[in-house]
Ligand binder design. Structure first.
Ligand SMILES: O=C(O)CCC(=O)C(=O)O
Length: 200
């Protein structure tokens, strides 16, 4: 299904992009291969632990700035490298990095944000692969009509392609779901371009 968003951005969801067996095998591989850690961000001068585990993998040049701090990529793991190749073939687009998020249960979440960092360019194509229990994925406009929201359910093995000016106009996030006790993994493949930036 394809969602055309106000402002020209789009979201295309391909359910069952990976078969249930492949998705389950991939999830098991990634739980072991990825050096998961809990990052801290600064809020009002205090270090706050993110409510999830994460890792940043990619080609050596794919440095990503997050919360004012540069993150150097860790090398591709075998499973992530294979998945990158499949996505590049499927979408006919290059990706040089992936942000892996691991929601340990429904108490883990991702706040509303846009992937609008300069190094992703003005209209990034972001390919998001979901593994594990179905996750709610919420979208809301950055400005304009605050009541206008969209929600998708991201199933095991699904591929969500975010494209066009979506990141300019819309925020997205994964809310807490207290009734979920299983782990979930999300992988967002990106193309990071070199931009000159200085540590603030
Ligand atoms: O888990 C998700 O689908 C959200 C991931 C996300 O928002 C991100 O990586 O920027």
């Amino acid at each position: 299904m394809r969602l055309e968003l106000e402002g020209g951005g789009s979201c295309e969801l391909r359910e069952g992009w990976l078969s249930a067996e492949s998705a389950t095998r991939l999830m098991e591989d990634l739980l072991h291969e990825i050096p998961w850690s809990q990052r801290h961000i600064r809020i009002a001068g205090k270090a706050v632990a993110e409510p999830r585990l994460s890792a940043w993998h990619g080609d050596p040049e794919a440095t990503y700035w997050y919360s004012g701090v540069p993150h150097l990529p860790v090398a591709w793991t075998p499973a992530l490298g294979e998945l990158r190749q499949s996505l590049e073939q499927e979408l006919q687009r290059p990706f040089n990095s992936v942000l892996a998020n691991r929601y340990r249960d429904g108490r883990d979440a991702m706040g509303m944000h846009a992937d609008d960092e300069r190094e992703l360019g003005p209209e990034p194509c972001i390919a998001s692969v979901s593994l594990g229990m179905t996750r709610r994925f919420v979208m809301a406009p950055k400005k304009g009509r605050p009541g206008e929201k969209h929600e998708l359910r991201l199933t095991h093995g699904s591929l969500l392609v975010m494209a066009g000016p979506m990141q300019r106009d819309w925020k997205h996030g994964v809310p807490r779901e207290a009734h979920v006790f299983q782990e979930r993994i999300n992988l967002t493949f990106r193309l990071v371009q070199a931009v000159s930036r200085q540590r603030p």
